[in-house]
Design a protein around this ligand. Structure first.
Ligand code: SF4
Length: 167
């Protein structure tokens, strides 16, 4: 098996790296913390390249862990919550999609000249430009990683969970 990291994994790690850097730098101004799952009250779809990544992660777990996850996933989620959110915690955290890795941080939509971040963060005002993530650039890289891998269909996380429950 090749030891080369898949482009999507590198992209996910870069997104997490950006978030960690900003969170470390602005720890006093960011409320993102374990147990806060406000961003997870959503029903998202991801490119197949990311849903496949979650499948691979799931398949790499021990039988015991898989059984534990399946048992959890059979219980209903809170109204409006992501299919993978239980007890305000992400059950696929290590393999979570890129969109989940950047939520709450300063995301810049250049074409609209809009800066977005969680309203609980940066109450004292916008952080400087050097700490913004160019969202359109990230989405372009993500689309590229999806299309070059031939996995650019959209998959709803709800459907992915149904699939994993039957795996
Ligand atoms: S995959 Fe995990 S981090 Fe992303 S929205 Fe769902 S529960 Fe939240």
């Amino acid at each position: 098996m090749s030891s080369l990291k898949k482009p999507i994994v590198s992209l996910q790690e870069n997104a997490s790296g950006f978030f960690d850097k900003v969170q470390n730098k602005y720890s006093a101004q960011m409320k993102c913390t374990e147990g806060c799952a406000k961003c997870c009250y959503t029903d998202i779809s991801v490119f197949e390249v990311e849903s496949e990544n979650i499948k691979e992660w799931f398949n790499s777990q021990s039988d015991e862990k898989k059984a534990e996850l399946k048992s959890l996933w059979q219980t209903p989620v809170n109204a409006g919550a992501c299919a993978f959110l239980y007890n305000e915690s992400c059950t696929v955290y290590e393999a979570r999609p890129i969109i989940c890795r950047t939520q709450g941080a300063p995301l810049f939509v250049q074409s609209e000249n809009v800066l977005d971040y969680c309203p609980l963060n940066f109450e004292a005002g916008d952080p400087p430009k050097e700490d913004w993530l160019n969202l359109e650039r990230l989405n372009t890289l993500l689309s590229f990683a999806a299309s070059t891998s031939g996995q650019d269909k959209r998959v709803r996380l709800k459907k992915l969970k149904e699939f994993l429950l039957k795996a």
